[in-house]
Ligand binder design. Structure first.
Ligand code: GDP
Length: 452
């Protein structure tokens, strides 16, 4: 116990000098998850990049390359789809956990883009779980075939194969990262699975059958280079937990995109919830000490599905432009709206958030008055409990307005620097969503934040 605390002390002081951030010293934040409280794109990547300075290890625990984090720091602007955001820090070890689905061609290209810009990526700072699942080209194909079949009823998938690959995981017909290390087993497995897949691709969709030899060649082309990165990350992380290393779990997407708790079927196919982090990371015996929920000062969503407080027309265009709301993975314009208290409160609840980072407050500075969705009206009744299913489809937003701050706040670094109306907004949100706001971010760069 003492050595863990002493280790924390040392790290907290070095952190203090590196980044002017003061972490609580002690056991309370040894294992921390950073998660989204809404539909994703809340600015998690930027907060992980900022906070990871205090952590030894950053782990991605779910999802694949269907979403992207944008991180801007002193080395430049980076878009990360698969790699944990800690990869941009020199002394951080990054783990891609067993809950992930990894398109190894995408990972190869993403890694190359970073190393071309001078980021060092080696088996010392990147460890890929042997149990993670490979997202194959036929998963992409099936994602496309199904979205095309659905036409105007499409789920709004990113078409990167995520739903089909998770489906196969639970059908126990998937290729795992560890299979790359046993070429003969790999080949037999691929041939069997491709035969099964073609029943659907050719027989069901009437598309051209997938060729097993091509799949095997693809696995060698993009799998051979990553062999040195494959490891038993459960053992590595178990040792890390025992020796008091600080670990951060980085989520992709938000609570409302969770496969169980989200707006099914317009969700992702993975668990975006903090409680899943230890499992998807490969250390199910570990318990989280804290959960930082990332909440954006307004709302955005990608894909189809209910988005109760959605803005349209000129009002939406202005907010989309001000916030740069275009998908990091796909470039698609995002749907936007005011902060939705009903959805955010639900997100805070299911994430078990212990504190909140409120991001992009600066984006609201052009508004004369700030709209907030304070409740829903469903069949003539007002509610603040987030509904699911067809009740959500019928929900109408109840909008109230708060005073705008009409000042550039991107230079604010202390709570006292914020204009009163901006501080009032933060305090209002804190009370309404029921969780302490610890960080407020006022710009995309590493130093543009306030510790409250
Ligand atoms: P993530 O997937 O949750 O990491 O979110 P994205 O990376 O898709 O979206 C966040 C975007 O907002 C990125 O372009 C960030 O650089 C940017 N961003 C993050 N925090 C702030 C902020 O406080 N203010 C502004 N103006 N931009 C921010």
């Amino acid at each position: 116990m003492w050595s863990r605390t002493a280790g924390s002390l040392k790290r907290a002081f070095s952190t203090l000098f590196r980044d002017r951030l003061i972490f609580v010293i002690g056991e309370s934040d040894m294992l921390t998850a950073i998660v989204g409280t809404n539909w994703g794109d809340e600015g998690k990547g930027r907060m992980v990049d900022l906070l990871s300075s205090g952590y030894d290890i950053v782990i991605r625990y779910q999802g694949g390359n269907n979403a992207g984090h944008t991180v801007i720091n002193d080395k430049g602007k980076f878009i990360l789809n698969l790699l944990p955001s800690g990869i941009l820090r020199e002394n951080t070890v990054n783990v891609m956990g067993c809950g992930m689905v990894i398109d190894i061609e995408h990972l190869y290209n993403e890694t190359k883009r970073l190393t071309d810009k001078g980021i060092s990526i080696t088996p010392d700072n990147l460890k890929i779980s042997e149990k993670a699942i490979i997202c194959m080209p036929y998963h992409r194909l099936l994602d496309n075939l199904e979205e095309d079949r659905l036409r105007d009823r499409a789920y709004g998938s990113t078409r990167r194969g995520i739903a089909p690959v998770y489906g196969d995981k639970y059908m126990k017909k998937s290729i795992r990262i560890m299979d790359l290390l046993s070429p003969e087993t790999l080949e037999t497995k691929v041939r069997n699975i491709v035969q099964w897949k073609n029943l659907m691709i050719e027989g069901g969709y009437g598309a051209e059958a997938v060729d097993a030899d091509e799949m095997i060649a693809w696995l060698h082309e993009f799998g051979d280079w990553l062999k040195p990165y494959i490891s038993n990350t459960t053992l590595f992380l178990a040792d890390a937990v025992r020796s008091g290393k600080k670990i951060m779990f980085e989520a992709q997407l938000g609570a409302l995109k969770d496969i169980d708790f989200g707006i099914v079927p317009y969700t992702s196919s993975s668990s975006t919830i903090a409680a899943y982090a230890p499992i998807g990371a490969g250390i199910p015996f570990a318990k989280l000490d804290s959960v930082i929920g990332i909440t954006k000062a307004y709302s955005s969503a990608v894909g189809e599905g209910p988005f109760t407080a959605e803005m349209f027309g000129e009002e939406a265009d202005k907010l989309r432009e001000a916030g740069g709301e275009y998908g990091a993975a796909t470039g698609r314009p995002r749907r936007v709206g005011p902060l939705d208290i009903v959805a955010s409160r639900y997100g805070v609840l299911v994430q078990g958030a212990t504190e909140i980072a409120l991001t992009k407050l600066d984006v609201l500075s052009y508004m004369d008055k700030i709209p907030v969705c304070v409740a829903y009206e469903i069949d003539g009744e007002r509610t603040t409990d987030f509904p699911l299913g067809d009740r959500l489809d019928r929900a109408k937003p109840v909008i109230e307005y708060l005073e705008g701050f009409k000042t550039d706040i991107s230079g604010c670094r202390k709570q006292e620097d914020l204009p009163k109306a901006a501080l009032d907004y933060v305090k209002y949100v804190e009370k309404a969503i029921g969780c302490r706001i610890k960080y407020v971010s006022v710009g995309p760069s590493r130093d543009q934040y306030i510790v409250m």
